[in-house]
Ligand binder design. Structure first.
Ligand SMILES: Nc1ncnc2c1ncn2[C@@H]1O[C@H](COP(=O)(O)OP(=O)(O)OP(=O)(O)O)[C@@H](O)[C@H]1O
Length: 324
């Protein structure tokens, strides 16, 4: 028997639109899988199908081998967290978290709420109203509420995307820690690569409803299955071995392979190859230099500050090995 969550050949259509196209995916108990894809790739639809909120056109969804088709949303025992935590506005934080604990005696409910508040770093916030919370705090409470009844898995649909970038990164770290500490099985929808890499044990890349690859973050980054996945992961230029060596790379490629050059592949190096700078853009962490490769393709290089120069010396330190 396959344990945990199994998505078997699931297709979901809205009229003529195929939102999810024959997707099969296994989420092992205690692991976190991120569904990563651009807007409209079918992530939310697939998550809603797992939750039971969206009927399948074909295929099946099972938990521990049991087909969930006849099991209603609230009987599936999944916790749900959405972009806007959807806390009950009239209830205080403690009552929000206790919402799914109706079967427990009151003192056990109180203990569980306190435990959950501690877990999400909000000890002492039980008496606050949702309107008295910041966006990040509200999402922590939504997470605590979904985890409180010990669901068999939690399903998170862009839970951090309404938050500003700095907070999103910190909360992604916290979310990863909380899911691991509690051994929670989770499916996490995001369009943010960084968030997927931080939170998930395995990342499932969706494109136009199809599942292109499922792998651990390192494997995905180092060995995208094809150029489409590589391009989506930020590898914009692809070079053959001789060209890669010309840029200072010392690795080897097999016949039929090319090296994808991503944002961290080229590094500043005074002894490296000189490349013309086409553009310089300030980012959150550094300055992104757009450079022209000898074969005319463009790539980016991270620099700690803007450069008063028309060219820069770089060395190709790594990249993704991809079928040509
Ligand atoms: N209720 C609906 N009726 C018709 N088409 C829909 C509906 N919901 C989604 N779609 C279509 O299904 C496809 C997948 O949408 P979905 O919301 O699952 O993608 P997504 O990857 O979650 O996108 P986003 O990141 O923008 O939320 C899109 O082409 C979308 O336009």
């Amino acid at each position: 028997m396959v344990t945990g969550l199994e998505v078997r050949g699931v297709t979901v259509r809205y009229g003529d639109t195929v939102a999810v196209d024959d997707v099969s995916l296994h989420v092992e108990p205690g692991t976190v899988v991120a569904l990563l894809g651009a807007s409209g790739s079918g992530k939310s639809t697939l998550l809603r199908a797992v939750a039971g909120l969206q009927p399948l056109t074909s295929g099946a969804i099972a938990w521990d081998g049991e087909d969930l088709a006849p099991v209603k949303v609230h009987k599936r025992n999944f916790g749900l967290v959405f972009q806007d935590g959807q806390l009950f506005p009239t209830m205080d934080v403690a009552r929000n978290i206790a919402y799914g604990l109706g079967k427990l005696p009151k003192d056990q409910q109180r203990a569980r709420v306190a435990e959950m508040l501690e877990l999400v770093g909000l000890a002492g916030y039980g008496d606050r109203k949702p309107t008295e919370l910041s966006g990040g705090q509200a999402q922590r409470v939504a997470l605590a509420r979904s985890l409180a009844p010990s669901p068999r898995a939690i399903l998170l649909d862009e839970p951090l995307s309404a938050l500003d970038t700095g907070l999103r990164r910190r909360l992604a770290d916290d979310l990863a820690r909380i899911l691991r500490e509690t051994g929670t099985t989770a499916v996490h929808v995001t369009h943010d690569h960084q968030e997927a890499y931080t939170v998930a044990d395995r990342v499932a890349v969706l494109h136009e409803g199809r599942l292109l690859q499922v792998d651990a973050p390192e494997a995905l980054r180092e060995r995208p299955h094809n150029r489409q996945v590589a391009a989506f992961l930020g590898y914009r230029a692809f070079v053959v071995e001789a060209e890669a060596h010309r840029l200072g790379w010392t690795g080897r490629l097999a016949t039929g392979e090319v090296l994808g050059i991503g944002p961290a592949s080229l590094q500043l190096d005074p002894a490296g190859v000189e490349l013309p700078i086409l553009d310089q853009t300030l980012t959150l962490d550094d300055v992104e230099l757009k450079v022209a490769l000898p074969d005319g393709q463009t790539a980016t290089v991270a620099s700690p500050s803007k450069l008063d120069a028309t060219s820069v010396r770089v060395t190709l330190m790594g990249g993704a090995v991809v079928p040509a």
